[in-house]
Design a protein around this ligand. Structure first.
Ligand SMILES: C[S@@+](CC[C@H](N)C(=O)[O-])C[C@H]1O[C@@H](n2cnc3c(N)ncnc32)[C@H](O)[C@@H]1O
Length: 317
């Protein structure tokens, strides 16, 4: 075993692990904060909610985040890595302190872009160079506050209430919190899962988590190393297709969308994040996406509003 990284502390003089103590302190602080919110008079509380709390989810995001962190520790051990490094106070603090994390992550991308002028031509290398920062950001999503995972989980909850059995495609999944939540709460609903993502550490971790959760299910991971390629999705027919924060990262989002829709079952629910993503910057290589909803409707899908901030499309056989 190598030396513990800076910030990873061993047992303190009192024999208590300081990193655990620090986390407990943060949990207490989070608890106090939400109690304070509950105790506020109605006026300021409504104001606070309007600005800070989009929605209180019917599931415990914090608990889902802690679950994934625990699985990350096992995954690390299995790889012969150094799981004790995951206890580093500075790492835990970054995961919990989102503003700091977002700034660092974006700053890193700006640096990369500055030093990789042809980054758009070498997207896989670009992602490879930031893969642990991406993992850090993904691990932090559940700790962003109430409603933070609604775009990840709500579409899957809606689909599980409408479909007898789910055959899901999640393209550019990151850490697929929605599928992890379903496998933990109603595994009987899942018939098959197909995930496509770049061959990066977060994809390996996601594969580990899903296969541990459901060793008996049909779970396929297509890990790609060429960001220009769209893999063959085989003869599968999906009745749930999900793509969040993926289309703006590819050079030809319409081609990707068409390949995904080619594999839609006659009755299918689709959830896509296809709003325009602002200016072309960092790895938003194709930010203009709103025209894509026309492509979905050409395939006999009907646009059905929004779920968790994603556009919902429904096709009934
Ligand atoms: C901004 S993240 C979004 C992750 C996840 N969908 C979410 O919303 O949390 C973009 C994801 O797309 C993946 N990705 C980027 N380019 C890709 C490509 N050409 N093919 C497949 N996945 C890609 C990245 O590895 C990453 O997981």
């Amino acid at each position: 075993m190598g030396a513990a990284p800076a910030g990873a502390r061993g047992p303190s003089r009192e024999g208590r692990d300081e990193s655990t103590e620090d986390l407990e302190t943060m949990d207490v602080a989070t608890g106090l904060l939400s109690r304070a919110r509950r105790m506020l008079p109605e006026g300021p509380k409504a104001l606070l909610r309007r600005f800070l709390v989009r929605k209180v989810a019917p599931y415990d995001e914090h608990e889902l985040g802690v679950y994934v962190l625990q699985r990350a520790e096992e995954f690390c051990k299995g790889r012969g890595g150094h799981p004790e490094a995951l206890q580093a106070v500075r790492l835990r603090k970054s995961i919990l302190r989102q503003r700091h994390l977002e700034h660092t992550s974006e700053a890193h991308q700006y640096l990369q872009t500055a030093f990789m002028p042809d980054y758009e031509q070498s997207l896989f290398e670009y992602y490879q160079q930031q893969q642990f920062l991406m993992l850090l950001a993904f691990l932090g999503y559940p700790f962003r506050g109430p409603g933070c995972l609604c775009s990840h989980v709500d579409p899957f909850l809606v689909a599980s209430s409408r479909l007898p059995g789910i055959r899901a495609l999640d393209y550019g999944a990151g850490i697929p919190y929605g599928l992890i939540h379903l496998l933990r709460t109603c595994p009987e609903k899942i018939e098959s899962i197909t995930i496509v993502d770049l061959d990066l550490v977060h994809t390996e971790l996601s594969e580990y988590i899903l296969s541990q959760l459901a060793p008996d299910k049909e779970i396929t991971f297509l890990r790609i190393t060429d960001a220009e390629s769209v893999p063959d999705l085989g003869g599968r027919a999906f009745n749930l297709i999900y793509g969040k924060d993926i289309f703006e990262h590819v050079h030809d989002p319409e081609r990707l969308l068409r390949v995904m829709l080619d594999r839609a079952a006659p009755s299918c629910l689709a959830y896509f994040d296809i709003r325009d993503h602002g200016a072309k910057y960092l790895q938003h290589v194709h930010p203009q996406l709103s025209h894509l909803s026309r492509v979905v409707c050409e395939r006999s899908f009907k646009s059905d509003g929004q779920v968790g901030g994603l556009s919902e499309f429904v096709r009934n056989a």
